[in-house]
Design a protein around this ligand. Sequence first.
Ligand code: NAD
Length: 495
Amino acid sequence: MVATSADIKDAAGGADWLDLFLADWRAGSGQAIEYREPATGILLGKFQHSTAADVEQACARAAAAQPAWAETSYQERAAILSSAAEIYERHRPEFGTWTQRETGAVHNKMHHEQNFTYQEILNAATLPSQSHGSLMPSAQKDRLSMVRRVPVGVVGAITPWNSPSVLGMRVVAPALALGNAVVLKPDPQTPVSGGALFAAVFREAGLPEGLLQIVLGGADAGEALVTDSNVALVSFTGSTAAGRRVGQLAGGLLKRAVLELGGNNAFVVLDDADLAAAASAGAFASFQFQGQVCFAVGRHIVQRSVADEYVKMLAEKARRLRLGDPYREQVELGPIVNAKQLARVDDIVRRSLDGGARLVEGGTHEGLFYRPTVLADVTTNLPAWTDEIFGPVAPVVTFGSDDEAVALANSSEYGLAGAVYSRSISRGLAIANRIRAGMVHVNDQTINDEAIIPFGGFGLSGNGGRFGGQANLETFTEWQWLTVRDEPKSFPHPY
Ligand code: NAD
């Protein structure tokens, strides 16, 4: 990676710590690729991507380092994680700068991501000291029988660009804490906030050599990581399309893959809801970070008698939001991450309008800046309803009965998050109980996370793997049955 340019120094806010780290960052040996800040087009850096051979070497280094790490005491691993949390906090300004410039996040989104990232490390620091098994009764006399969780070995982690630090940290921190090594491949659009900074933090925290390897690149590097024979577990966060491919590759090798994928999340507003609160939550969850959030609200399902009022409130909120460079200006929305994604968002909006949806607000863009958009009269055959948009678009569908609301909420193949607004807790809960999603909220919006809850989704949103708290133990370790006899056992003649 070539990372000592003035641009990068500027992006690092002149921070010696990060500059020093980036200056001796080991490059991949593949093609050098420039990447730019989405908000301005300013060159951020030039990275040599990792070749398949680089990935293989990184996995071999990780595999060589892992057994000794698994044998370290729980105190030693917890101490390194605690130290990493402190270092992360101390260097928040540099982290924030890179996150904002690489992803186009507004300050508030970046700040929340940093809080969650810090919490992920703190929570991981508690994992080494938890019970990792139990003593079992045994049918055989004089035998000690126990079941315990053991590290998987090397975890191959593939992460997307949209929340690079938290989505990386929720894998790296617990996996390391539980005695594994990690090879992390961030998205090529976030090589620093999704990759280099992890290496810098854990190096300063004293993590032994080899245990955390960062490889850079796109699908080729990702597939090399998934199929590497040293990688025992694949943790993939990203689109359902790429996740399907990763799942197929891992399945062919009989390798476990934890897939955290896309969403098209339902937000149900009942006629007895606090409409102002619902509209503010709905607007936040569709427009925050330009809608580029896996658990953003993608479908507003609103009871017919309050729908006009709700749509009006949503449109007023959308109109007030300011767009611009989130790193240098006071704005609520930044750019869409790249031209390809912008064209996709616009295409979904255009085809939905052609299909009969009504444009209430937005629907225009300047460069990569897409106006927050409200679509009414949406029908369930339109792409704004069926597809994960990953842009600042709020499609509204109306319903009559509560049964109809549930059927609409469950009519997506995704099942990541859902929410219901109602002043009646029992009515809200009755609907929440019937929503098929991994995370459901009553009187709150869908962009909700805590490091101790088992984050994940149903259907096309994932394959059942979970991150967070106790779920980390299941995800990053395997069961092992261990028995011990005091007297060596022999078997009857003729054996
Ligand atoms: P993406 O699938 O294009 O890329 C994600 C990562 O996968 C990147 O590192 C990319 O280089 C890599 N990749 C792409 N093709 C690959 C392949 N064939 N083999 C191995 N690796 C490959 O996703 P994106 O556009 O960067 O991110 C947005 C998507 O991620 C959305 O669908 C969003 O909902 C989803 N997401 C899900 C969660 C979750 O926890 N469920 C969180 C954030 C984002």
